[in-house]
Design a binder for this molecule. Structure first.
Ligand code: C2E
Ligand code: CA
Ligand code: CA
Length: 346
């Protein structure tokens, strides 16, 4: 909803106060329940406010900016009032710029995979997780949290994900050729990528092309992805199993874990989320959750790994509860493939 109010105040501050006051009144009126037939209905309006001349010079600019402010309100969970601010515009501009840069980075393959060891209690390597970084010309290495969400929204996660998988295949081929026996590389797959119709074909093609055994790869999916479309999930998981690729549920415990779906799925591994591991020593509930996950996995015949293991105490707690595979800074940070290889040989 867009209203144009003539506040006619001398200062910006007074004008914002006045506009807010009017908007608040409108919000309250629209908030009142109303009857339509026999049913009571509720409205939760999202209101955006733009001020002239602060927000722009032309009518179109001002309307656009009121619109942006309104979307801000929606994003905040509705029933709210937001002002257009320069900072909103700046954030939007920065995002568009990032998207443009990301597009050309994908074309130029300006990315690198880091590998973090997955080990036993004593730090002997079994597998590794591939973690992407963007090698940015000016800004240096950029962490995935800074660009994966943008890649997802912009539909760039599909080509990026394909690059990650192919790069992992090439790496595994090299390790095997160098006599380095890394059981597997775990690869993060995001929702949009997993839902692609040809997802399994892409995986099969890469494995064939690089001549690597499928059993050397673990696909990590989050619970949210898995239950989002359970039929498609089951079908794809079965096809992956048929190939020989393993499947792990990442960040386990943070989603909608239910035994019903766990039993339906051909899973190989549950990965206990680092948030539970972090608070093992201080949060009784987290300790219980961890114990429950480990027991549940064992009862279902699924492996379990804990991520975010930073201290000896955390490792020992997990070990005593039956967890046998660990990943975290206590053992090693993620590193380049060369460093990883040196680390393993040492
Ligand atoms: P994730 O899959 O949960 O990966 C684990 C993250 O925890 C990594 O962050 C890792 O560096 C970090 N970590 C490892 N050990 C510890 C520890 O002991 N303590 C703490 N506090 N953190 C630890 P990173 O590399 O920044 O990756 C962040 C997220 O980005 C990943 O979370 C994953 O969701 C996503 N991601 C990374 N690579 C890819 C990729 O190739 N494709 C997709 N779709 N997502 C990726
Ligand atoms: Ca992961
Ligand atoms: Ca995780």
């Amino acid at each position: 909803m867009r209203y144009i109010i003539h506040a006619n105040k001398s200062s910006l501050e007074a004008a914002s106060d006045e506009a807010l006051h009017v908007a608040e009144k409108i919000r309250c009126v629209l908030n009142r329940p109303y009857f339509f037939g026999d049913f009571e209905h509720h409205c939760s309006p999202s209101i955006g406010i733009a001020l002239f001349p602060d927000s722009g010079q032309t009518a179109n600019q001002i309307l656009q900016q009121a619109d942006k402010a309104m979307y801000q309100s929606k994003a905040k969970g509705r029933n709210t009032i937001s002002f257009f601010h320069q900072s909103i515009q700046e954030a939007a501009d920065a995002r568009m710029f990032l998207e443009k840069e990301l597009r050309s980075a994908i074309e130029n393959q300006d990315f690198i995979l880091y590998y973090q060891p997955q080990t036993d209690r004593l730090g002997r390597v079994s597998g590794s997780e591939a973690l992407i970084r963007w090698e940015h010309g000016q800004k240096g290495l950029i962490a995935p949290d800074q660009f994966i969400p943008v890649a997802e929204e912009a539909g760039l996660i599909v080509p990026l994900g394909i690059w990650v998988f192919r790069e992992s295949c090439a790496q595994m081929r090299k390790w095997l050729d160098n006599g380095l026996d890394i059981q597997h590389i775990s690869i993060n797959v995001s929702s949009k990528q997993f839902r692609q119709q040809d997802f399994v074909d892409q995986i099969a093609d890469a494995i064939r092309q690089y001549e690597v055994p499928a059993s050397r790869f673990v696909i990590e999916l989050t619970e949210g992805v898995v239950i989002d479309n359970i039929d498609d999930t089951v079908e794809k998981m079965r096809a992956l199993k048929q190939l020989g690729v393993k499947i792990s549920i990442d960040d386990f415990g943070t989603g909608y874990s239910s035994l019903t779906y766990l039993k339906q799925l051909p899973l190989d591994e549950l990965k206990i989320d680092k948030s539970f591991v972090r608070d093992i020593a201080t949060d009784f509930n987290d300790a219980i959750i961890i114990e429950t996950i480990i027991n549940m996995a064992h009862n279902l015949g699924i492996d379990v790994i804990a991520e975010g293991v930073e201290t000896e105490e955390q490792r020992d707690f997990l070990y005593n509860k039956g967890c046998r595979v660990f990943q975290g800074y206590y053992f090693s940070r993620p590193m380049t493939s060369a460093d990883f290889e040196a680390w393993v040989r040492k």
